[in-house]
Design a protein around this ligand. Structure first.
Ligand SMILES: Cc1cc2nc3c(=O)[nH]c(=O)nc-3n(C[C@H](O)[C@H](O)[C@H](O)COP(=O)(O)OP(=O)(O)OC[C@H]3O[C@@H](n4cnc5c(N)ncnc54)[C@H](O)[C@@H]3O)c2cc1C
Length: 171
């Protein structure tokens, strides 16, 4: 499906390219799914995120746990244990697990994963949205543009909604 989407003659993919390296080009419209605070050079400060890290461990047993993911919300410093071999039903004598740890997002060190939606951060995000509204034909969306956690179906729904508003309702 993705290959077929990218085959479209109007789509050009540039990998490993910072948006700043292309954003001054003369585009008719920009749909920005990167981080909104970064877009505005952190003018009002940085939007906080929670990140995660994984520690992999190998065991000489066929399975480590009873399911692909088990949550540990209370008693350990990790929050989940993943055992990926369940997904493809692999039959092997050994197994590899990943312990998932919660981290603060630190720019240049790890990735933005989960927005931290408290009043202070939402207020900061709204300052950026206010600034964004002054821009003509730049639209922010996605988990980083909207500063909102989306599952993949919601991210796609949001993209359809944005396109619908821009192309079908407003024109
Ligand atoms: C840890 C984790 C687990 C998840 N698990 C699930 C799950 O089990 N099921 C599910 O449905 N969803 C899951 N999700 C959510 C899913 O990943 C998101 O809904 C989806 O990726 C959001 O799509 P997006 O386009 O908004 O953002 P992204 O997929 O993050 O796309 C944003 C793109 O912008 C690019 N970008 C950012 N900054 C710049 C820049 N400065 N210059 C150029 N490009 C830039 C990034 O490289 C990225 O390709 C999970 C998310 C996380 C973080």
């Amino acid at each position: 499906m993705i290959e077929n989407i990218l085959k479209h003659p109007n789509i050009e993919v540039k990998l490993n390219t910072e948006f700043k390296d292309i954003k001054n080009n003369d585009f008719k419209r920009i749909f920005h799914t990167g981080s909104i605070d970064e877009f505005f050079d952190y003018k009002f400060g940085m939007l906080p995120y929670r990140s995660v890290s994984f520690k992999f461990e190998e065991f000489n047993i066929p399975y480590y746990q009873e399911n692909s993911v088990i949550n540990y919300p209370n008693n350990y410093d990790f929050t989940r244990i993943h055992e990926y071999k369940y997904y493809l039903n692999e039959k092997t004598k050994k197994t590899i697990i990943a312990k998932e740890f919660s981290d603060h997002f630190i720019l240049g060190t790890n990735e933005r994963y989960y927005p931290i939606n408290n009043d202070k951060n939402i207020e900061l995000y709204e300052k950026y949205i206010h600034l964004a509204k002054e821009l003509k034909n730049v639209y922010f969306l996605g988990r980083l543009g909207d500063y909102k956690y989306y599952d993949i179906d919601k991210a796609i729904e949001r993209a359809f909604q944005c396109i619908d508003e821009v192309f079908y309702k407003l024109n």
